[in-house]
Write a protein that binds this ligand. Structure first.
Ligand code: 5RP
Length: 217
């Protein structure tokens, strides 16, 4: 089974978490795109969605779903999103698509965060995937030096601006054995908008697709 089929399967499995007429938080990425396609075909009626990116907003609107601002929606029952890595604690690295800040905001606002991934995203310790850090443009150099001091090797994501008008530093070789500790340290650097470690607000459920079906952690 190829990876796209695994993404489609886990996306479909996430539909069972949705209550009719809810306001649903929707993430960003290729797995979430499969989820939006599956939602369109499911016949499930939701009241509206809160979206983590301009791309997901466009896709949701294309299938007739109203997208509302988080301030209008208030607390959400459910947020569904993918990840670049997950571990046995349900800690995640996110931000491969550059939408990490809005993703973290929606995850925090949601009572339940269901993460949908295929088995290739599973790791023992986070950090093989370079950690995305969203940075205010004027602080790019300062933040990069601080990340080097923390043991990482930051690399500016070329030709990329986030939906919030900021830059992304992709940080290689950080030691993320203490993922929550590193999340706090990076959050504390002036100029950092958000880092892609989701440990302080981890996933509540991770759905993982593999050749042998869907597993739930
Ligand atoms: C976007 C994200 C995505 O969830 C993450 O990059 C996984 O994407 P994909 O489903 O395409 O593998 O965090 O910012």
């Amino acid at each position: 089974m190829d990876q796209n089929e695994l993404k489609r399967q886990v996306a479909k499995a996430a539909l069972s978490f949705i209550d009719d007429d809810c306001i649903l938080g929707v993430g960003t990425g290729s797995t979430v795109n499969c989820f939006i396609d599956a939602l369109a075909q499911s016949g499930i009626r939701i009241e509206a969605a809160v979206s983590s990116s301009d791309e997901s907003t466009r896709r949701l609107q294309d299938i007739g779903i109203t997208v509302v601002d988080l301030n209008t929606a208030g607390p959400l029952d459910l947020y569904i999103d993918g990840a670049d890595e997950f571990d046995a604690n349900r800690y995640l690295i996110k931000g491969g698509g550059g939408a990490l800040t809005r993703e973290k905001i929606i995850a925090e606002a949601a009572r339940r965060f269901v993460c949908i991934v295929d088995q290739s995203k599973k790791v023992k310790v986070l950090g093989k995937f370079p950690l995305p850090v969203e940075v205010i443009p004027m602080a790019r150099g300062l933040v990069a030096r601080k990340l080097v001091a923390l043991g990482g090797q930051p690399e500016l994501r070329e030709n990329f601006t986030t939906d919030n008008g900021n830059l992304i530093l992709d940080v290689h070789n950080l030691d993320l054995v203490d993922a929550a500790g590193m999340e706090r340290k990076i959050n504390n650097i002036p100029g950092v908008v958000c880092c892609g470690i989701f440990a302080l607000r981890k996933a509540d459920t991770v759905l993982v697709s593999s050749e042998s079906g869907i597993q739930r952690f």
